[in-house]
Ligand binder design. Structure first.
Ligand code: FAD
Ligand code: NAP
Length: 309
């Protein structure tokens, strides 16, 4: 029986693991379905993590986090947790291979995944010209033109990153104002090979068996279509929280969620179910920052220690 099961190995899950084990819990396992590090490993550069003066990639930032946790005894299992149910005081986690693990407490830190924009061709060409990761796929478009869709921090930051690899970046956004940080907006506006296409949406992405050949962009004001002959489009239109693990056999959820599917917590990261805590991007009102996810993880672990005592 585990003292604590942590689901997700991003900044929130890893920090929860660090604080739980360093705080004296002996039997703690973190379940991560991929490589530990979380979504930030897809970021081309991070410049707002405190104490990190040098601008590094997300992958570089996260490199040492797992090792630091393991030093204090955190066990890491590469597995997807399918479901969590509660039987009396005990949680039962079903893993991808069908194994069932029991735990006295659980921290859910499964974060989020990229949203789909919903344009024609998005699914058909996904992985063949439609991408949600500039650091993973940007190099395929070296010296070529690409489209970036979105108007938030991710779209603008990744547009700047792509502008250093690609000959030109068309940044398509559905409104005429952005929701990114002001200095990022300025950076975009001063980057010569980024062209802004505002008040516009993607009408269609088209191509053939080899991949994408072009993107049709529709102006929302006058309905005119501009045909851009590009081989790639990067879609950064926000993220959906990953809460399916909390779904119960009867269709309800293990704890209370808000209308966006985010886990409702109090300031100690407690959910509505005793012994279940949530941390990071999955919780309500998450600022969606690495430093905040890490902070949540620490708070959740300290709350678990009090709960088990
Ligand atoms: P995540 O990082 O999403 O980690 C969740 C982990 O859980 C994942 O590794 C996932 O594989 C795992 N998981 C999910 N479901 C299961 C399951 N059922 N079983 C097992 N494992 C599971 N923030 C900043 O502060 N500064 C930045 O510059 C910045 N740039 C960003 C750039 C990009 C491109 C993106 C996408 C995000 C950026 N962010 C940035 C936001 C930041 O990455 C997130 O706020 C942070 O990673 C959230 O951490 P988390 O641990 O809550 O979730
Ligand atoms: P976001 O802030 O939610 O922005 C999503 C963007 O996509 C918005 O501009 C939105 O348009 C647009 N959009 C949404 N659905 C669309 C659709 N169907 N078609 C076309 N456009 C659509 O998402 P994000 O940029 O991924 O950022 C997520 C969170 O992570 C934010 O809190 C952000 O601050 C944080 N983050 C921080 C950093 C950093 O600190 N440096 C970096 C990356 C991300 P509207 O504007 O019209 O709604």
């Amino acid at each position: 029986m585990l003292d604590l099961a942590i689901i997700g190995g991003g900044p929130a899950g890893l920090t929860a693991g660090l604080y739980a084990t360093r705080g004296g819990l002996k039997n703690v396992t973190m379940y991560e379905m991929g490589m530990p590090g979380g979504q930030i490993t897809q970021s081309s550069e991070i410049e707002n993590y405190p104490g990190q003066l040098e601008i590094v990639t997300g992958m570089e930032l996260m490199q040492q986090w797992p090792e630091q946790c393991q030093r204090f005894g955190l066990k890491h299992e590469m597995a997807q947790v399918q479901t969590v149910i509660k039987n009396g005081d005990i949680f039962q986690l079903t893993l991808g291979d069908g194994n069932i693990v029991e735990a006295k407490s659980v921290i859910i830190a499964t974060g989020s995944v990229p949203k789909k924009a919903g344009f024609k061709g998005e699914n058909e060409f996904f992985g063949r010209g439609v991408s949600t990761c500039a650091t993973c796929d940007g190099f395929f478009y070296k010296n070529k033109e690409v489209v970036v869709l979105g108007g938030g921090d991710t779209a603008l930051e990744e547009a700047v990153y792509l502008s250093k690899i690609c000959s030109k970046v068309y940044l398509v956004h559905r409104r005429d104002t952005f929701r990114a940080a002001p200095n990022t907006i300025e950076h975009v506006k001063h980057t010569e090979n980024i062209e802004l296409i505002l008040n516009s949406e993607i009408d269609e992405v088209y191509g053939d068996a080899m991949g994408v050949n072009g993107v049709k962009v529709k102006n929302r004001n006058d309905g005119t279509i501009r045909d851009l002959a590009v081989p790639g489009i990067f879609v950064f239109v926000g993220r959906d929280v990953l809460n399916s693990t909390l779904k119960q056999p009867d269709g309800s959820y293990l704890c209370d969620l808000n209308q966006n599917g985010e886990v409702i917590v109090d300031l100690s990261m407690k959910t509505s179910t005793a012994g279940l805590f949530a941390a990071g991007d999955i919780r309500i009102e998450a600022p969606k920052q690495v430093v905040c996810a890490a902070s949540d993880g620490a708070i959740a672990a300290l709350s678990v220690i009090s709960y088990l005592e």
